[in-house]
Design a protein around this ligand. Structure first.
Ligand SMILES: O=C(O)CCC(=O)C(=O)O
Length: 285
């Protein structure tokens, strides 16, 4: 393990997040922005999951690489494939997980057109495991193994995190905000919250088990590309089905390096029988 990977892995274990500053060039991000703008416009015209026009107040679009959004035989697809297999990011994640990072899926975080939302504090675990006892148990099992990788395509200060909260259960204030009274306080203040200030080119990596939230401001353009990676051990417990990965040629034309990595993740995904079924949609991790 390189010294740099070791340093990031330490931050990951202790704080649950880190930022790679100026990792991508402005030119590179401009290209990703124009691809994601097009995907978002297409989504607004037609949401392939619900089979109706997209919701103008959506704050995210999931599975950007689905065939309805992008051809797997296009320069834009090859360009994104290289980002998903970015050597530095994958090497660091490997050190963080102490295991091979598997690409789970991709998201685009965006601004709603009209509906403002301060954002609900949550942990990734709470949607799948709503009962406290089970969530607590799963927090112990899954922490350190699921990374949200935020790549802002425009300056972004919408994410807030409670550093190190992945290492422990909630304190009374956090629990009140995150879960009590049917989550009616979930947009309240929490002590110690850190607002992430991200510039174009930066990459924020955080553990989905951290207490965190996003903020949604109508009319202020937001585009943040987010691949999610996890270990194989927890792949089955969270994700949605991606039937297009059944196509053994799905990554056929991407660069050889990206192909080796992405095809490995595709095959790992298909180790699970359920992954071959019809497409489902969960907005959550
Ligand atoms: O960036 C956001 O708006 C929300 C982020 C979030 O909840 C996540 O990445 O899990």
């Amino acid at each position: 393990m390189t010294k740099i990977s070791e340093d990031y892995a330490r931050l990951w274990k202790n704080q649950g997040y880190f930022v790679l500053r100026s990792h991508f060039s402005q030119e590179f991000i401009n290209r990703l922005l124009s691809i994601c703008d097009k995907i978002f416009d297409d989504y607004l015209k037609w949401d392939p999951v619900l089979d109706e026009p997209g919701n103008p107040d959506a704050n995210s679009v999931r599975h950007l690489l689905r065939p309805e959004f992008i051809s797997n035989n296009s320069d834009d697809f090859y360009f994104i494939a290289d980002i998903l297999a970015d050597e530095t990011i994958i090497t660091i994640l490997r050190a963080c997980f102490d295991d091979v990072p598997i690409l789970r899926d991709t998201h685009l975080w965006c601004n709603p057109h009209l509906r403002a939302d301060a954002g609900q504090w949550h942990r990734g675990t709470q949607f799948r495991y709503p009962e406290d006892d089970e969530e607590r148990k799963m927090l112990d099992i899954t922490r350190h193994q699921l990374a949200r990788v935020h790549i802002p395509l425009l300056k972004d200060d919408n994410v807030q995190l409670i550093p190190a909260s992945h290492t422990r259960w909630d304190n009374p204030q956090e629990y009140r905000v995150r879960k009590s009274d049917g989550m009616q306080h979930s947009r309240d203040y929490i002590d110690g919250a850190k607002r992430m200030q991200l510039n174009v080119g930066d990459v924020l990596v955080f553990d989905s088990a951290l207490i965190h939230r996003g903020r949604y401001i109508p009319g202020k353009k937001r585009r943040t590309f987010m691949p999610t990676y996890s270990t194989k051990a927890i792949l089955e417990t969270y994700s949605s089905i991606q039937p297009w990965l059944n196509d053994s040629n799905y990554y056929e034309h991407v660069s050889p390096k990206a192909r080796t990595y992405l095809d490995m993740t595709r095959k790992t995904w298909l180790d699970f029988e359920w992954a071959k079924g019809p497409s489902l949609f969960y907005w959550f991790p």
